[in-house]
Design a protein around this ligand. Sequence first.
Ligand SMILES: [Cu+2]
Length: 126
Amino acid sequence: MGNLDAAILEGERKTFRQLVDANQFWAFNGTVGMTEKPLASLSRGETARVEIYNDTSFPHAMHLHGMHFREVLEGGEVGPLRDTLLMFGGETREIAFVADNPGKWLFHCHMLSHAASGMMTWLEVA
Ligand SMILES: [Cu+2]
């Protein structure tokens, strides 16, 4: 939603109207739902920094499985350990974490109706 006018769904570019017809209207980086390739492939022990931009006017609670993260605050300080970051519309925030838990981990909006309609991706720690 928000500025989404088209996105990739199951490998095909769809218009927003087609996405709505399929009950899918949230995307990460222009792709709706789970992808074959992860958002990121991390080595065990690697430190990851992920900038997140909420390109909608809706709040989203970004939730990472498998590892806790800290928000990177202005000035480079870090916030408390979290597994979810509530982001308001138009916000850009950054999280950082050590990829210390091998596996395939969901990264999704914790408003589960959003996750079920496209706001779900994953990352891998080898
Ligand atoms: Cu959401």
